[in-house]
Design a protein around this ligand. Structure first.
Ligand SMILES: [Fe+2]
Length: 250
């Protein structure tokens, strides 16, 4: 696929944007990540100019939000990677930035792969814009052959909604550690999706919360059946059948 001028500019921006990782205290953060069973929350992570670039795309992206309601589990909107590729190339540029991925690998201690083109969830924006928007307790289950890591980045947060999480949920020998945080602009949360039990609490009246998710895996292979299950989940709970299945057919 040829690179457009916009993509080239976005790549250059993302290269600059990933410079900030050099200033982080990586050894200290890695020991926190390991201590908390592959979980790290930072209130200040992404440079404000990067967050501002993402925020500047919101007015255009609003028209492309796909809303879902699954009684007692989820209510909210999403924008898939395919729309971000077209309308917010800075986001995929950061997602695949080698320096950025290398820093995440320094946390996990494992080689990370970007998700294949067929995965609409590789990177996506979540829009919580109506009262009661939320997602209930869940793991970010990996349908891939390897582990799945989720990176959440705060983009807009004028809300009382919190990311609530429970660490060591799968470990019978450890007491579960529970906490809740606001994902303010520039904040991040990076974790092993199969280990961290989490939810987003309901949005209040007149509030707005937009966050970005990046998904990385240690082995991007997926069986045909797992791909089907993953696509059904993404169609029903996130992006709609048209985005997921029409794209995959291509
Ligand atoms: Fe999740």
């Amino acid at each position: 696929m040829s690179t457009t001028v916009n993509e080239a500019i976005a790549d250059a921006d993302a290269r600059d944007d990933a410079e900030f990782v050099a200033a982080l205290d990586t050894p200290a953060l890695k020991s926190r990540f390991e201590r908390d069973n592959e979980f790290l929350f930072l209130d200040e992570f992404l440079p404000s100019q990067t967050t501002a670039r993402f925020q500047a795309r919101i007015p255009e992206l609003i028209d492309h939000v796909h809303r879902n309601y699954i009684p007692r589990h989820k209510k909210g909107g999403s924008v898939s990677r395919y729309t971000l590729d077209e309308l917010a190339p800075e986001i995929p540029a950061l997602y695949r930035n080698p320096k950025f991925i290398a820093w995440l690998e320094s946390m996990t201690g494992e080689k990370l792969e970007v998700c294949p083109e067929s995965d609409p969830h590789a990177y996506a924006l979540y829009f919580y814009t109506e009262p009661g928007d939320h997602i209930g307790w869940h793991f970010d289950t990996s349908y891939y052959a390897g582990k799945r890591y989720t990176l959440l980045l705060g983009v807009v947060d004028e809300s009382s909604s919190k990311l609530e999480f429970e660490l060591f949920k799968n470990d019978d020998n450890r007491e579960t550690v529970a906490d809740a945080r606001n994902l303010r602009p520039g904040a991040m949360c990076f974790f092993n999706g199969d280990e961290v039990w989490h939810r987003i609490t309901p949005l209040g009246d007149g509030e707005r919360r937009i966050s970005l998710t990046f998904e990385y895996v240690t082995d991007a292979h997926m069986s045909g059946w797992q791909r089907f299950v993953s696509n059904m989940k993404d169609s029903i709970a996130y992006f709609g059948f048209k985005q997921v299945f029409k794209r995959n057919k291509r």
